[in-house]
Design a protein around this ligand. Structure first.
Ligand code: SAM
Length: 277
């Protein structure tokens, strides 16, 4: 057993491009863990070279997780087991939540060593509201499923954050513009690396920019929340209500117009009764 670490599971965030971002605490935990669960042993071997140590590693990724997990949970009852991703914070668009769930269920200690996360770093670069944000991870690759996933969050009053690859960026920006309207956005790229950048503009301007020149490197897209809905025009609502009453009973007409104009359904019902008289 390690002298430094109690038995349990240690979730360790690692750099997303700049090794200087490895925290002293993360380095200490990695150097003292009995076993480190990693996505790719070659990637984490590089991190160990940086720390100047070597620890036993075991691959833990989407393809073997169900098979490997019970053995890991058993070991963390008597030893310190660390979990890392290739880069960034484990569990964030990376494997790990089932390991945490099972570790807890077995009554083991679970400790987090927070640090770099591309989604959070992108928010700090984008210059868009950060008081409420929704992390979407990777959108589906196929156009139909992608449009559906975007439409699902179109009315959410929060900044949207999503991971994307260079070759898919332009198509995703166009799909976002189509489903959300032409909101302000930022394409953040190669965060913490030599060519870190944040390119800002509306979704259509950004889609045009990248249409013929897919950028290299790793990308996070940040999209502004929807603007304030324009105040409902009462004459338009009245006209819509009158039209709806030609097709629907008053309660249904009121509900339809209330939804369309974001108005109070009961008030519209009362107005519908007036119009009928
Ligand atoms: N768990 C990681 C984290 O905490 O950010 C994310 C893992 S996810 C599999 C990898 C994606 O994160 C990349 O495809 C990219 O969208 C984003 N990403 C990771 N590193 C990045 C960087 N340095 N700059 C921009 N985006 C990055």
């Amino acid at each position: 057993m390690s002298d430094v670490l109690m038995p349990g599971l240690y979730i360790v965030a690692t750099p997303i491009g700049n090794l200087g971002d490895l925290s002293p605490r993360a380095a200490e935990v990695l150097a003292n863990a009995a076993l480190v669960a990693v996505e790719d042993t070659r990637v984490t071997a590089g991190l160990f070279r940086h720390i100047g140590t070597k620890r036993p590693m075991i691959a833990y990724h989407d393809h073997n997780a169900d098979r490997v997990r019970p053995g890991l949970v058993e070991r963390m009852g008597r030893e310190a087991v660390a979990l890392v991703s290739d880069a960034g914070t484990p569990l964030i668009s990376d494997p790990g939540y089932k390991l945490v769930r099972d570790a807890r269920a077995a009554g083991h200690l679970v400790v987090t060593i927070p640090g770099p996360c591309a989604a959070i770093a992108a928010l700090t670069l984008a210059g868009l509201p950060t008081d409420r944000f929704l992390f979407l991870g990777f959108l589906p690759a196929k156009a139909g499923a992608k449009a559906e996933a975007i439409a699902e969050v179109a009315s959410v009053r929060a900044t949207l954050v999503l991971y994307e690859s260079g070759p898919r960026l332009a198509a995703t920006l166009s799909a976002l513009a189509k489903e959300l309207g032409d909101r302000e956005a930022a394409v953040t790229r190669e965060i913490t690396k030599k060519f870190e950048e944040a390119v800002t503009g509306t979704l259509t301007v950004l889609a045009d920019r990248y249409a013929d020149s897919p950028p290299r490197g790793e990308i996070v897209v940040v999209v502004a929340p929807p603007g304030e809905a324009p105040p409902a025009n009462i004459e338009d609502a009245d006209a819509a209500l009158a039209e709806a009453l030609t097709r629907l009973p008053a309660s249904k007409a009121a509900a339809e117009v209330a939804k369309k104009f974001n108005l109070d359904r009961r008030e519209l019902y009362a107005r519908a009764m007036e119009l009928k008289d």
